[in-house]
Design a protein around this ligand. Structure first.
Ligand code: CUA
Length: 308
């Protein structure tokens, strides 16, 4: 028992895992005790009441009210305990806290895809913060799958054309295996992924780093807010030249030469603005934009090309 797992149960790493395990052990031990009692009584009776010679005639069996009452009342109580306890855990497992963080899970032959509202998505790893309830809204793009995380004690069918959900709250940092546990075709057994439980700060960082799934031009438009201080998109000159109609045009530079404003020019002008200064402007654009990711720069270029 406890968190470390055993030969019957894997590690327990969610808030409800302990409750599921307690019920599991109650049913297991109750069954084991009843099984042992039945076997011991049977062996005892076989020895005690065996027929000792051919002339022996047994006494007629008389009813025993208390014995009959016992074997009706005790099993009834046991079944009611398992029912009410199991129903309680079932309701908890199926009632996500209203403030749960929600992740969209899509099962398909033979991968899991995890989509976050912030725009991030992932195929092999589902990042979640520790100590925060997570609700998974799940559906399938083809056949029946089933989402199973043994360490969290959650398992639920993932069905085409229907949404199902599970929730959990991870209690420990670490990586936990996700299985598909419904046969779904040739590669069913390789339909695996991992839950990566990280701190709130690491989760925020991961979301920020992976939330660039916008189309490049839209990403660029978002990023352009910081450029709009100096560059207009309507042809009017500001501190820097307007970027309207720039892409694909011939650009006159401060040194008297002319250059075609292709993608390479745009990229170069973002990374090293002083290298190709436009005619009529001073080389005052900060060089700090070189720290942007390739994806962000691609996005900016894509957006600038929409400014006709
Ligand atoms: Cu998906 Cu098995």
């Amino acid at each position: 028992m406890g968190d470390k797992g055993s030969f019957l149960l894997p590690d327990a790493a969610s808030t409800l895992a302990g409750e599921v395990d307690a019920l599991f052990w109650f049913v297991t031990w109750t069954s084991a005790i009843i099984f042992a009692a039945v076997i011991v009584a049977k062996v005892y009776f076989m020895a005690r009441y065996r027929r000792k010679d051919d002339t022996e005639v047994p006494e007629p069996v008389k009813e025993s009210k208390w014995l009959e009452a016992t074997w009706i009342v005790v099993p009834t109580i046991l079944v009611l305990i398992v029912f009410t306890w199991g129903f309680d855990v079932f309701v908890k497992l199926n009632t996500a806290p209203p403030d749960s963080y929600q992740i969209t899970v899509r099962g398909g032959q033979w991968t899991w895809e995890f989509q976050y509202d912030e725009g991030a998505s992932s195929f092999t790893e589902m990042y979640v913060p520790v100590g925060r309830p997570i609700k998974l809204n799940m559906s399938s793009s083809d056949v029946l799958h089933s989402f199973f995380v043994p360490a969290f004690r959650i398992k639920h069918d993932v069905i085409p054309d229907r949404y199902t959900s599970v929730w959990f709250e991870a209690t420990k940092l670490g990586e936990y295996q996700i299985f598909c546990t419904e046969y779904c075709g040739t590669e069913h057994s390789t339909m695996l992924a991992k839950v990566v439980v990280v701190s709130e700060e690491d989760f925020a960082t991961w979301l920020a780093e992976n939330s660039t799934d916008l189309p490049p031009a839209e990403l660029g438009q978002q990023l352009f807010a910081q450029c709009a201080v100096c560059h207009s998109v309507d042809g009017s000159a500001g501190i820097g030249p307007s970027l309207q109609g720039l892409a694909g045009s011939d650009r006159a530079l401060a040194d008297g030469s002319t250059v075609l404003a292709n993608d390479d020019y745009l990229r170069q002008s973002i990374l090293d603005p002083a290298s190709q200064v436009a005619e009529g402007f001073q080389p005052i654009m900060p060089a700090g934009y070189a720290g942007m990711s390739a994806k962000q720069i691609d996005g900016l270029i894509a957006y600038i090309k929409t400014l006709e």
